[in-house]
Design a protein. Structure first.
Length: 306
């Protein structure tokens, strides 16, 4: 594919050559440059946000410090964010971030199920003789008692049900039948289809905002209930706050924003800027509960014994 070429001068402003060389974007003027760099900085912050928690869960072989409601609401919000970004025509870096969010959120949810919900699953049993022995003993007891198999689910998760409904609802509007109908429709009908997609995008954008603003509440409550933040990677929330801050600034500093595009971006701005206060609350909890960790207790015991 041929490299994108930039018009040397637009409205008397020369394009910034080094940005085109590094990122392949045609950028004119300092304001557009700042907006672009803030967008990439937001991506950088988010690339380093959830991975420390994924790594910490793996090292501890546990994810009990995380609220599963927090994770599923976060994942559902990111799915709604992705759909809304596509249908309302948001900037490219917003779409790229939403895809990455979904992938990492899915990994965190799978870790919680793997370490907390089903701690004696057959995958862990393959690498841990203790778990393998415990799993074999449970299976023998189930055979003796002739009980219902332990992996049979009795009721679906409400969060997963909501996510499934969202996917089905989206797919119903993104099916091939839509394109076939639009090709046979008149110009007015095509416009109405576009309007419908736009309103669907707005719906998912506001759903995303509500989910983002409420996602931290279960985690904050769990921290308060445990009186501890042990097991949480605080870099996840600090990086998330930095990512949300630069994300919001990247939208506001874009010189191509109009009143209409800013109105379309309102839910994304609220969803990002609004979560900063919740991230600050979790950071305050870290300062309050930081002494109540197993590592600190072990250190104190060693000092007392010495």
């Amino acid at each position: 594919m041929a490299a994108q070429t930039c018009t040397p001068v637009v409205d008397g402003v020369h394009y910034i050559q080094w940005i085109h060389t590094l990122f392949g974007d045609c950028v004119y003027g300092w304001q557009e440059c700042i907006s672009l760099l803030l967008g990439y900085l937001s991506i950088l912050c988010w690339l380093n946000a959830q991975m420390p928690q994924v790594i910490k869960n793996y090292r501890l072989q546990d994810a009990e410090s995380l609220s599963f409601t927090f994770l599923t609401v976060w994942l559902t919000g990111d799915v709604a964010n992705f759909i809304g970004c596509i249908l309302t025509g948001q900037m490219d870096f917003q779409v790229y971030l939403s895809i990455y969010f979904i992938l990492v959120d899915t990994v965190l949810c799978l870790q919680w199920l793997y370490y907390v919900k089903y701690p004696t699953n057959w995958i862990r049993a393959m690498f841990n003789p203790t778990i393998r022995a415990a799993l074999r003993k449970e299976e023998e007891q189930l055979l003796v008692k002739d009980d219902v198999p332990r992996y049979q689910s009795t009721s679906p998760s409400s969060s997963r049900t909501l996510l499934a409904i969202g996917f089905l609802f989206t797919l119903s509007y993104m099916s091939p039948e839509t394109s076939e109908l639009s090709s046979l429709a008149t110009h007015d009908a095509t416009a109405s289809w576009d309007d419908r997609d736009l309103w669907i995008g707005r719906f998912f954008a506001w759903v995303c905002t509500c989910l983002y603003l409420s996602s931290r509440v279960p985690q904050i409550y769990l921290n308060f209930k445990r009186r501890s933040v042990e097991g949480l990677a605080m870099t996840m929330f600090l990086s998330a706050a930095a990512g949300n801050f630069t994300y919001t600034l990247g939208i506001f500093t874009n010189p191509h924003q109009t009143r209409q595009t800013l109105l379309e971006a309102v839910p994304y701005i609220l969803g990002s800027a609004g979560t900063l206060c919740f991230d600050a609350t979790i950071y305050i909890q870290n300062l309050l509960y930081n002494n109540n960790t197993q590592e600190k207790r072990n250190a104190v015991e060693r000092l007392l014994e010495a």
